[in-house]
Write a protein that binds this ligand. Structure first.
Ligand code: ATP
Ligand code: MG
Ligand code: MG
Ligand code: MG
Length: 472
């Protein structure tokens, strides 16, 4: 029952193409809309059509859209299903078919084409969307206890404070149907994975929050390619699918380790590398270069995290271009521009990596100076302590993770003032809070509201010299 990532992508596009959808290539990760930082969903390129600002030549479209979601960066490697870079498969209706048809096709595709057992699918609907509930129950035949009514946060999509909006309905795969239908909790990701989201754009919201039905109702959907691959390939997480695992394997080979035999911490590092390398390859392919502002900063931060996690698993020296090669080889058939831009990708990576490695080296020198000024453990007296401030400078300016500083300190009979470090960290978080919002993009959030923030993109909050090496 194995289906490769490429087959899944093609199967989805073909399914909707034969149902009257225009198959379009993925848009760039750099959105046309200058106020949006990165493409976060398949609908973004169509946003002007949904908002009625542009006419579409066709009433139905289907795409596999490259997406970047930096708001999921902390989830990378920690959940089984989140990436910064992923592909969102989508079918769209611009004032054409609506709820009933979108649900019927989502069901047919999931169960008959991808072959998911119907009894393994659980549905969410917006709590007030009785219409969707009834379609799933009466026309599709889902037992009512397997249709969950959810709140606005997850199941109501808005494009901004005003404008088109509407309820969502999601399809979840159930890894453990034997646990029964009594206490279904869709947030429990040891049991469920959301794989397909249907947005029913049916209202216009005015300034007073009043909803009026739209004349032209739209459909916007998204299926995570990597998640469908996880389900169909029967692997424990998205990272072990054929879309990503070869990249992880390359990094593990360079480090001289074996993924399967690695401990959890090492696996997380390998997954971070596997994920971020895909992101940076596609970002550079789409013309982004590293810098300290906006999307350039996102790129820089991702590259530095790759380097740092490389060191955590024992890689010395430069390695990112080699890992990037395996990411390029994996996606060049679907996205030829990664091969066309190969030289630019590798050159940018090498430049950033060597610069960052030099910063790390300077940090090593600073650490040596700090260490030499402190008393050692001797004959029962406890040795000195690296101050929270120094540990934080090493972390924030020189890219030294706290654990690394601690490890080196311990080797020399010293300790680190952790509480002091945390205090500095908290102060930094406060300073950075506004700046972070600029990359905290979610579909549920208001894109327009976000756009206001992006005007001030820019991490000015850090007030640090160009060469800083902030990674987390
Ligand atoms: P989750 O609740 O799991 O974070 P979501 O509700 O934020 O997902 P949507 O905004 O509905 O996701 O996006 C549509 C689809 O895209 C999801 O159903 C999922 O299959 C996929 N997807 C979303 N975010 C990610 C991600 N960070 N990595 C991989 N796939 C994703
Ligand atoms: Mg999410
Ligand atoms: Mg969700
Ligand atoms: Mg969703």
């Amino acid at each position: 029952n194995f289906k490769s990532g490429s087959e899944i992508r093609q199967t989805f596009l073909d399914f909707f193409a034969t149902r009257g959808h225009k198959a379009l290539p993925s848009a760039s990760l750099v959105p046309e809309d200058p106020t949006v930082l990165l493409t976060i969903a398949g609908m973004l390129p169509f946003k002007p059509i949904f908002l009625g600002q542009r006419q579409s030549e066709f009433s139905r479209a289907t795409t596999s859209q490259k997406c970047i979601r930096t708001n999921d960066i902390e989830n990378v490697g920690r959940t089984a299903r989140h990436h910064t870079f992923f592909e969102m498969l989508g079918n769209f209706s611009f004032g054409d078919y609506f709820k009933e048809q979108a649900i019927a096709w989502a069901w047919e595709l999931s169960t008959q084409v991808f072959g998911l057992p119907p009894e393994r699918i659980v549905i969410s609907v917006f709590k007030e969307d009785d219409e969707a509930f009834a379609i799933w129950r009466d026309q599709i035949g889902i037992p009512p206890q397997r249709i969950q009514r959810m709140g606005e946060d997850d199941n109501f999509w808005v494009s901004g404070p005003t404008g088109p909006c509407g309820p969502c309905s999601e399809l979840y795969y159930d890894f453990h149907p034997e646990r029964g239908d009594d206490n279904i909790d869709l947030e429990d990701d040891s049991r469920f994975i959301e794989f397909y989201n249907l947005v029913f754009m049916q209202y216009n919201r005015d300034a007073d929050g009043k909803l009026t039905p739209l004349k032209n109702k739209n459909i916007d959907t998204g299926m995570g390619l990597e998640r469908m691959a996880q389900i169909l390939q029967k692997v424990p997480n998205n990272y072990e699918t054929d879309l990503i695992f070869p990249i992880i394997k390359t990094a593990a080979d360079i480090a001289g380790i074996d993924y399967a035999k690695s401990d959890e911490k090492t696996k997380v590092s390998l997954k971070v590398i596997g994920d971020h390398v895909r992101s940076v390859v596609h970002m550079i392919a789409d013309g982004i270069t590293a810098s300290n502002v906006g999307r350039g900063y996102v790129l820089r931060r991702l590259i530095r995290r790759v380097v740092r996690h490389g060191r955590l698993i024992g890689i010395q020296g430069e390695f990112t271009a080699q890992v990037a090669e395996s990411a390029i080889a994996l996606s060049e058939s679907a996205y030829p521009n990664v091969r066309i831009r190969e030289d630019a990708i590798k050159a940018e990576l090498q430049r950033e990596e060597s610069q960052f490695l030099r910063t790390l080296e300077r940090g090593e020198k600073l650490l040596a100076e700090i260490l030499s000024s402190l008393p050692r453990t001797q004959g029962g007296t406890k040795g000195g302590q690296i101050s929270g401030k120094d540990a934080f400078t090493l972390y924030d300016t020189y890219g030294f993770p706290l654990e690394l500083t601690q490890e080196i300190a311990e080797e020399q009979g010293l300790s680190v003032d952790i509480a002091g470090f945390e205090k500095e960290m908290e102060a930094q978080r406060e300073r950075a809070r506004d700046a972070h919002e600029t990359i905290d993009l979610t579909v549920q959030g208001s894109l327009d509201k976000l756009a206001e923030h992006i005007q001030v993109t820019e991490f000015l909050g850090y007030k640090q010299p160009q060469s800083t090496a902030k990674v987390e």
